[in-house]
Each structure stands twice: as structure tokens, then as C-alpha cells.
Ligand binder design. Sequence first.
Ligand SMILES: *Cc1c(COP(=O)(O)O)cnc(C)c1O
Length: 458
Amino acid sequence: MAAAKEIPYKIYLKESEMPETWYNVRADMKNKPAPLLNPGTHEPMKAEELAPVFCEELIAQELDNETRNVPIPQEILDFYKMYRPSPLVRAYCLEEKLGTPAKIYYKFEGNNTSGSHKLNSAIAQAYYAKNQGLKGVTTETGAGQWGTALSMACAYLGLDCKVYMVKVSYEQKPFRREVMRTYGASVTPSPSMETNIGREINARFPGTTGSLGCAISEAVEVAVGTPGYRYVLGSVLNQVLLHQSVIGLEAKAALDKYGIVPDVIIGCAGGGSNLGGLISPFMGEKLRGERDYRIVAVEPASCPSFTRGRFAYDFCDTGKVCPLAKMYTLGSGFIPAPNHAGGLRYHGMSSILSQLYHDGYMEAISVPQTAVFEAAEYFARCEGILPAPESSHAIRAAIDEAVKCRETGKEETILFGLTGTGYFDMVAYEKFHDGKMTDYIPTDEELAKSFEGLPKIG
Ligand SMILES: *Cc1c(COP(=O)(O)O)cnc(C)c1O
């Protein structure tokens, strides 16, 4: 019989060990993320200007670059306890199969019905909306994970939830849609004929299957035009990274229990919320000069915001109704090829992560789609979990890092974020198995054309 393992397969925290505050990494950043700008005047957005769109408390969190630790309200803590703490898993089987001296850990956020980390922020945003006395919230969803998470949170708190779902996903993922409706949300394919921007886009691009940027514009229009409603967003914003810091705080507490210090931390990056959350306490140590870590963002080669984008102010949505954000962007008119990692198909990136990347605190790589699915399948076959395509970008990078260790003999400790499960992504897996998956990578010309649409600021 093999000897019992010194480090358990899964490190769980006790409920009493869960974090009671979120960590705001901006408090430790010397160069703060650039402020949101009014798209008309190009002046920094004030809280009053944001108030018709967002909930008050969330605006305060969005603009707060100073408060280091933000108490998590008891109601949110109670909800977290229904599905958290999430496990930190030692990937013994993967290590063995790879024959690597590296030690691989992953923080698994797929253990809830919505199937991803997005619930961590959904419950917070729904809570503040409820607390403000609102009737409901509107949002967009691409692949459907965010819409599902928000529907669950709204059902729990008794809030109405209107979801604008990118039309191509609405048609391709009918089961996602039904999950949201089970939790009481209304789901409308976008672009719809219910909003001015939706009608305009349908007229300009007949037969369009929609985009995230377009669905955002619709959701914002409805929030602003409906009394008692506000708009909520599942990624990119500072407040979302704040809520997602619970991932990193738990991961760090679990590692600390066994005196484990990661050398490299890896996460997939769509709008940056899971990566920002996972790395936050580690980044804090790095920013304060206490410890060093390699931090790696992994994005799809078909939507390479960090690795090929510009660091510039840009529109957050196609309809150009949202504030301007300074971020690594491919241009708001960039429509990525129909990659199967729907949650990574956003043209921009969190302003916090963009600033940290710009200042050299983290690295970024991009990986092509078929290599991602190869890694997903390899992982599923040894660790058992069926990973989401988005999460599999991090798996790809972690495997490549562990293989490098096999060659150099370095006993690195690797931590990566496993953001969710892929049960609703079986069409993508089917394409991969049938050899019908393609690797589309935008040309420099395409990107240059898209950059031409960047707003001219200053
Ligand atoms: C939405 C999503 C992502 C990407 O979003 P981030 O804001 O970059 O974290 C990654 N994985 C899963 C499973 C998702 O649902």
C-alpha cells in the first residue's frame, strides 16, 4: 500500500476560518487604476453620474481605492456558507500522469449550481440592490454563467432579474436558459426588438447573432429606463474583483495551514475577475514588497486583450453608453471569432489587472483553442472534474509549466484557478472530439482596424 499523503487531497477551511472581509488590492497599488471617464465630457465619472445605472453601495466600492479590508455583510457570509469554502485541491493524479516534480494545486470554484466563481459577486451585487430597496436588476450574459449566478442570487433575495443573453448562446445553449428561468429570471435574446439599441443593431446588421458589448448596451438601457432597476455586471469592474478576492483569501488561508508557498499563480482571463480575485492577497504581498510570486494570465489566442491589445481608454460596450475605462483592449468594435470559451470573449480587461500588467507585476500568455481542449480532456481523465472551456486555459498553462519542471527538475509549486465546470459546453467538446474545432487567430490588420475605433482621449 502506498504511504498516506502528507498534504491532503483537498484542503478545506472550517466555516469559522472563512474570510470575513474582502481585500481591496487597490489600497496597496502605488499606481491606482485609471478612473472611469464620462463618455461625453471625458471627465472622471462622479458617484452621482453613475447612480442611474449602478447601486449606490457598489458605486462606493467601485470608486474606493483606499479601504484595504471591506467587511462582508453577514447576509452575504451566510449565503457563501451554502457553497463555500471551496476546496483547494492537490492535483496528485495530474502530477503523477505528467511525471513532474512540480506540486500542483487548484482552487475549484465549480461546486455550485451556476457552475462558476461568478456567484461570489452575484450574491454581493444582488444584496446591495435589495438593501437599496430596488425591485430588480438587469444584466447581460454571454455563455450564460453570469446570468445563471445572478438568477440564483436574485431568487434567494426575492429580486426580479432581467437577463439579455447573446443570441448565439441563447440558441445554442437552451439548457442554460432554462436554468435561469427555473430561478425566476426573464431571459431575452440580444439584440432584441425591446430596446432602442437592440432595434438599431438589428436594422444595421440583419441576422446578427449578437455580442457581449451589444447585450450590455441593452441591459443598461433597460435599467436606466425602468424605475426601481439598476444594472449589474459580472466581471471587469473593480467591485467585482473586490468580491472575488474571497477566492484568493481562502486559497491563501488553506496554503498557509500547511506552510505552502506557491511559486507561480495561474488563472484564465476574460474580464479579469477570477484571476484578480485569486491573486489579490498574493499580489498584495508582492506590492508591499513582502514576497514575490510569478503571476500568469492566460487568454484565448482568438481574443488576446493583454498580449496584443492597447493600453488605452475605450468603450465598455458596443452601444457606447457605458463610461470609458482605461484597460488593455482590442477595441469595442472587435468581435472575436466564435471561440467556445464564451466567458473569455470580451474585448477589454479589468482596469486593475491592466495597470498591474502595465507596471510589470504580472505576465500574460495566449493559447489556441484546440490546445485548451486537449488540456481539458487530459485533466478530466485524471482529476475527474469536467472543466469549463474558460477554466481550461489555466489548465493548459499549468500543465505546460509542470512539463517544463519535468525537463529542468525544478520542484515548483503551481497554483491555478479552476473557475468552473463544463456541463453546458458539450457542443464544444463534441466539435473537439469530431476534429471540427478550429483555431482562429486575428491578423494584425484586423486588430489595427479595430484600434482605429478607440476614442481619442487627452
Ligand atoms: C466568466 C468566466 C470566466 C472569465 O471571467 P473572468 O471575469 O475573467 O474571471 C472564467 N471561467 C468561467 C467558468 C467563467 O464563467
